[in-house]
Write a protein that binds this ligand. Sequence first.
Ligand code: ADP
Length: 326
Amino acid sequence: LPRQPAASPLVALDIGGTLIKLVYTASCEGGGAGAELRFAKFERRRLQECFDFIRAKGLLGCNGTRSGKENVPLKATGGGAYKFSDDFREKLGVCLDKLDEMDSVVSGANFLLQNIPGAAFTHMNGQRNPVDVSPNNLFPYLLVNIGSGVSILKVTGNRKFERVTGTHIGGGTMFGLAKLLTGCKSYDEFLQLSQKGDNFVLDLIVKDICGELVCQKQGLSTSTLASSFGKVITSKKRLTDYKPEDLASTLLSAFTYNIAQIAFLVASLLGLRRVFFGGSYIRGHKSTMENISFAIDFWSQSQMQAVFLRHEGYLGALGALMSYGD
Ligand code: ADP
């Protein structure tokens, strides 16, 4: 962590399209020399909750300073750092030091990968395994950050990266549709629903098109997805006839497989074998990680590996925090 005077917390924010992510330091319990990282998130539409949290935790007034008398600028990234700059000044009396979003996401990922043992892991066939990333085998890698939209970056070193591409069909799209179709109120509720649902109620699979016999003869996998939501077209059911659980499960698999396939295609074009996934979309959710891993393994014929990160939603905020050391 960047050097800091004792008892002086560092605070950094990432204000995205959907969520505000906050990372701050606290002295280790038991009074050790190091500092502990703490994480908090708020919906962007509830900015006031974020202000209240910052005040209640006493995170202002001594941010990086010894005297505790004057407010030094707070490091912030994400588009909202620009949009809400005035609110921070007026309501909290603090100035935001705005940092490039992609720079911060890459710094955050590199920090986790280079400093936190066990930060990277695979999640396949029900098994979570740590990935050993030593500095000499880390670069280059593909970073797929799944937030409201998706950013795809080629990372070749510390602070060395290129934003290769992205897609606007990301977590915001999925959760937006989920709210409309399932009536869920929160992302966690949506994920829980999806766990209980069956996507084959709505998805068209190869077997539905060819029949089981033909599939067997031609050696096709019967359960391969042919068209997400494709069964709806030939059904007389209306939206209310479908269970929210099944709708949620279909949405999650459709978006997750699609994003993973784009990630595979970009990694292939760039000749990269290791793909790290970040962003709050993943939310440590097992079947999301399983589906991403399955898709990367399937499309790459086991030549590529999907790797996940602890604190995956906080890459930008972590990177912003690291910039106090610059
Ligand atoms: P951004 O920086 O664009 O806000 P994030 O990396 O924070 O992006 O990811 C936002 C996405 O993560 C949402 O679109 C949604 O798919 C998912 N998500 C995870 N947790 C939540 C939550 N508590 N509220 C809303 N969306 C969430």
